[in-house]
Structure formats: structure tokens, C-alpha cells
Design a protein around this ligand. Structure first.
Ligand code: PHE
Length: 340
């Protein structure tokens, strides 16, 4: 019996020493001291031991158990210490590492220019009207004096969603919504995305415009010119002049193309203005009476002017960009340079 206990004890001690982690140690504890453990089996067998031998055998079993428990305790401490050390290693922070700088986000150049335009026109008393990107053929064309067979429809390659619905090709569609909803005096701007099947260095299938519409008593082309003079000075600098060239839009009569004196060369001629001294910035005109009448506005009493600014075009001029795609590619190297 004594030998058997010695064997159990030595085997247990060597297993404890070999336990490489806390789980393995627990396993050994169960095998040796648990309910079905070897030492427990010996204790259960005590009833078969002669009564006079029991105290002695009992003492041996206790000694073996004490020795095993002491060893288990020591090994547990050792393994816990090791585990803690490993954890410290794994969680170690190198305070000498360079910090990861979280760069603050910033507004996209198109948004910056749009905000600037909204601020300028806002200071002149214009309200903002938000139109919708999906429009009906009626609002985008027909109500703007551009019926089905009108040749001006070819000027704008349209993405049709159905025979009735389309992606608006111009923010001018918003003019009609405003005039239907509001009686004059009207003084609104309407910035937003527009869509045309057109794609090259200066055209993108999606771009942004800002529409302006003023309807009141006695509004003329002079009011338009005066307001535009003011606007271009604010956006391109005090020295900037405007020039109106005759143009054609079905919804304005007369229609004009507006040029500004080149703000880079002051009008002498450079690469930006292609040697002409002038840069085209927007289309505008006096609102066609047919459009006003279609919206129930009495043309004996009221008249108006409208203009449409290409926001990317202004951004390209302002930031000196020669390809519109640069504004849409989200290249951080480009965007980081276009801040103010
Ligand atoms: N909608 C015209 C365009 O997209 C611009 C414009 C707006 C012209 C308002 C006149 C008046 O080309």
C-alpha cells in the first residue's frame, strides 16, 4: 500500500511539474484528487484495510495528498506568474512610437464654392429653393418653352428614366416649381446636381448648377447686369468686369452668355482665357413671357430675369483646374490643395 501511494504521489508530482499551463494543471488536479481520482480510490478502499492498519494508511494518504496539494499550489503560482508576464508582454505599449494623427475632414471644393455662392446671393436677399434631381419632362423642358419638337432639346443630351421622367438636365426646372408655388416678388437661387450624357475634360455626366430667378415689377436686363457685376466682383475680385454676349435659351428672351474679364491676366490675354481676355461663366436672360404666363403670372405687371451658373466651372477657374474629373476622383493629393 505504501508503495502504491508513493507511486501515485510521484506520478502526480511529475505530472504537475510538466503541466505547461493552467488548464493542464487543472486536468492533473482532477485526475489525482477529483472524485474519480486515484487518491480518492485509495480512500474508498479503506474499508477493506484491517482496522489496526487504518490509522497508518490514513496518515500515508494524508501525507501524499498534502504533498500533492503543496506541489499543485506552487505550480499554480508559477504558472499564474508566467501567464501575467505573457499578458504584460502582449499588452505592452511602445510610448516612443510616433502618434497616428487623425486628420480632420474638410468640405469638398464643390461644396465650398456652392456655399460661397449661396452666401453671396444670400447677402443680396435671395432665398434658397431645393429642387429634385428626378424631374418630369414637363418641368425640365415643356414648361420652359421647350416642347417635344423644339431643336433646343438637342443641346442637352438627356438621361430619360421613362417617357415622362428624367434626370434633370438643368436647375431651370426649379424655376417653374417656384413660380407655381409663390406669387411675385420672387428672388430665389436653387443649387443642385444636374445630369447630361456628356463626358470630356470640361464636361461630366453629373455636375452642379445654381439657378437664380428674380420676378418682380419692372425687372429688366439692366437689373440682371447690375446684379451680375456685383456677384463677379465678390467671387473673382473687385477688378473683374462683365460682358454680355447674345445667346439663345428657349426660356429667356433676350438670352445672354456672360463673360468675366480674365482675373488671371486682367484682360491682356493668357492661357486661362485662351488669349481672349474674357472667360465665359454663365448663361442668363430675361424670363420669356411664355414661361411666366404658363405659371399664371401676369406679364403686364411682372417681368423677371434668370441665370444658371455651372458650379464646377467656377471651381475650376477659381482653383486653376483644367480637367473637371479632378473634382470627382477623390484624389486626396488634389483635394488637400483646394481648401479655402
Ligand atoms: N439652364 C441653362 C443651361 O443649363 C442656363 C440658364 C439658366 C440660362 C437660366 C438662362 C437662364 O444651359
Amino acid at each position: 500500500m505504501q508503495n502504491k501511494l508513493k507511486e501515485i504521489r510521484e506520478k502526480a508530482i511529475s505530472q504537475i511539474e510538466n503541466a505547461a499551463n493552467l488548464e493542464a494543471l487543472n486536468e492533473v488536479r482532477n485526475v489525482v484528487l477529483g472524485k474519480k481520482g486515484e487518491l480518492t480510490a485509495v480512500l474508498r478502499g479503506m474499508k477493506d484495510v484491517a482496522a489496526e492498519d487504518r490509522p497508518k494508511v490514513g496518515q500515508w494518504v494524508n501525507e501524499a495528498r498534502d504533498a500533492i496539494e503543496t506541489k499543485l499550489e506552487a505550480q499554480l503560482k508559477k504558472l499564474e506568474k508566467e501567464a501575467l508576464k505573457l499578458r504584460y508582454e502582449a499588452e505592452k505599449i511602445d510610448v516612443t512610437m510616433p502618434e497616428v494623427v487623425a486628420e480632420p475632414g474638410s468640405l469638398h471644393p464643390i461644396t465650398l464654392v456652392k456655399n460661397e455662392l449661396v452666401d453671396i446671393f444670400g447677402s443680396m436677399g435671395f432665398e434658397v429653393f431645393e429642387g429634385t434631381e428626378i424631374e418630369t419632362d414637363y418641368y425640365n423642358f415643356t414648361a420652359l418653352n421647350t416642347p417635344d419638337d423644339h431643336p433646343a432639346r438637342d443641346m442637352q443630351d438627356t438621361f430619360y428614366l421613362s417617357p415622362e421622367f428624367l434626370l434633370r438636365t438643368q436647375t431651370s426646372a426649379g424655376q417653374i416649381h417656384v413660380m407655381e408655388a409663390k406669387k411675385p416678388p420672387i428672388k430665389v437661387i436653387s443649387p443642385g446636381k444636374v445630369f447630361r450624357s456628356d463626358d470630356d475634360a470640361t464636361h461630366s455626366p453629373m455636375f452642379s448648377q445654381m439657378e437664380g430667378l428674380v420676378v418682380d415689377k419692372g425687372i429688366s436686363l439692366c437689373d440682371l447686369k447690375g446684379m451680375l457685376d456685383e456677384f463677379v466682383k465678390k467671387i473673382f475680385g473687385k477688378e473683374t468686369k462683365t460682358r454680355l454676349r447674345p445667346s439663345y435659351f428657349p426660356f429667356t428672351e433676350p438670352s445672354v452668355e456672360v463673360d468675366v474679364s480674365c482675373f488671371q491676366c486682367g484682360g491682356c490675354g493668357c492661357k486661362l482665357c485662351k488669349g481672349t481676355g474674357w472667360i465665359e461663366v454663365l448663361g442668363a436672360g430675361v424670363v420669356n413671357n411664355k414661361v411666366l404666363e404658363g405659371c399664371g403670372i401676369d406679364t403686364n405687371e411682372y417681368s423677371g430675369f434668370a441665370f444658371g451658373i455651372g458650379i464646377e466651372r467656377i471651381a475650376m477657374l477659381k482653383y486653376g483646374i483644367n480637367n473637371i474629373k479632378m473634382l470627382f476622383e477623390s484624389d486626396m493629393r488634389v483635394l488637400k490643395q483646394l481648401h479655402e
